[in-house]
Design a protein around this ligand. Structure first.
Ligand code: HEM
Length: 404
């Protein structure tokens, strides 16, 4: 018997979950939290199995622990909350926009946005790396890929924060995710998406090389019939891509600023040899996963380490713990930008493997290289760090960075 207690809604545990996750891996590899009613798998091999077996571990009943229910989740038509074959159809529609070549073409744009954002803090001794840089780069890039005009990044950064926020002591997901995207009169509820119908009409008349164009011309087969996407489906796509592509990359960059300030020897290696930056991004993702918990609904009784997880259970796949599993990574709690990493699970794995992984890696690589080029040395005032509080994303919302 073990007395280890893991609660993903506890702010103190969230600030440093690694000691608890280590105890789960060692003492309770099939952990059951009776208070909140969920199981958790924390070892690398088990999490990988959970991510790969989408028939047993389903996404179609919701993927945020507190939302997962026995009924299929149908409130929002987002592919991240669907199982094959419905998921496969939708994923195909957008995967062309995320091929490595299409993404690589974005590099000059990402460099230009970094230049602009750093120009706005030029000469300052200290600035908030998260609010002024890390939180703004990702929505700017994803919105241009989607086909939004400039000037909306700040609103999307706010939206992503609000829709995922959880108050201390509460387990409820921010109300925005529960709400419909389109009201009973067919009108868009959230102002961030209000310009979509106009953009869609423009793209129908004058197609561009962007996602809105791909979505308005896309066709799906359903019950033997071919149809185009509904307005609600298109709004859901834009919301999914903008929130998934904003929060996570912002947290990755915040972790980069804090972790490298804590490990100046590692930062110096990167300044001396920028060729190490891509591997440093992989190590940062392994060391501090921005999205460390993937929720699933269990579709059949399934046994791990002699314990049965019954059908109908809610399950947390702790990929953030898996990437610190000493059974897979030697000396997992040390941060080493030269570490050889065969496969980390920060982007998930299998059917729902992050569609934005190539984009996230490119943004991470460019942003970190541009940061190091301008500021080879910096300090973070840890007493003023602020964190986001969500059931899905972990990291800092405020990173006060002193650069000279
Ligand atoms: C460091 C940055 C990122 C991290 C750590 C991350 C992490 C993840 C993870 C763990 C999943 C799997 C979810 C699951 O299994 O239920 C996922 C899926 C997804 N991610 Fe990312 N992500 C990042 C960046 C992005 C970006 C830039 C985009 C923008 C397009 C994006 C869009 C998505 C989408 C649409 C899915 C759902 C894929 C599907 O259901 O097939 N992500 N991401």
């Amino acid at each position: 018997m073990t007395d280890v207690y893991y609660d993903p809604y506890d702010y103190a545990i969230d600030a440093d979950p690694y000691p608890v996750w280590k105890r789960l891996r060692d003492e309770a590899p099939v952990y059951c939290n009776e208070r909140h009613g969920f199981y958790a798998l924390s070892r690398y091999d088990d999490v990988l199995q959970g991510l790969l077996d989408h028939e047993t571990f389903r996404s179609g009943h919701g993927i945020v622990l507190e939302m997962i229910a026995d009924e299929a989740y149908e409130n929002l038509p987002m592919m991240i909350m669907m199982d094959p074959p419905q998921h496969t159809r939708l994923r195909k529609l957008v995967s062309r926009a995320f091929t490595p070549r299409r993404i690589a073409d974005l590099e000059p744009r990402i460099v230009a946005v970094c230049d602009e954002l750093f120009a706005s803090v030029e000469g300052a001794d200290e600035f908030d790396y998260s609010a002024r840089f890390a939180g703004l780069l990702p929505p700017t890039i994803i919105l241009s890929l989607v086909g939004y005009p400039e000037g909306h990044a700040e609103r999307f950064r706010e939206l992503a924060d609000q829709s995922l926020h959880i108050e201390e002591g509460s387990t409820m997901q921010g109300a925005e995710l529960e709400r419909s995207l389109v009201d009973e009169h067919g009108a868009i509820v959230n102002d961030a998406f209000a310009i979509l119908p106009d953009l869609m009409a423009e793209r129908r008349a004058d197609p561009q090389d962007d996602l809105i164009t791909a979505l308005v011309f896309a066709e799906v087969e359903e019950d033997g019939e071919t149809r185009t996407l509904t307005l609600e489906e298109i709004v859901a796509f834009v919301q999914l891509l903008s929130s998934a592509g904003t929060e996570t990359v912002a947290r990755l960059l915040g972790f980069a600023a804090v972790t490298l300030a804590q490990h100046p020897d590692q930062r110096e290696l990167l300044v001396d040899d920028p060729g190490l930056v891509p591997n440093a991004i992989e190590e940062l993702l392994r060391y501090e996963a921005p999205s460390p918990i993937q929720g699933r609904w269990v579709a059949r009784d399934v046994e791990f380490h002699g314990t049965v997880i019954p059908r109908g259970s809610r399950l947390a796949l702790l990929n953030g713990s898996a990437d610190r599993d000493e059974r897979h990574f030697p000396d997992p709690d040390s941060f080493d930008v030269r570490r050889h990493i065969d496969r980390h699970l920060a982007f998930g794995y299998g059917t729902h493997f992050c569609i934005g992984a190539a984009l996230a890696r490119l943004e991470g690589r460019v942003a970190l290289a541009e940061t190091l080029r301008r500021f080879p040395v910096w300090e973070v005032d840890e007493s003023r760090l602020e964190r986001v509080h969500t059931a899905t994303v972990r990291g800092y919302s405020s990173v006060p960075m002193r650069v000279r």
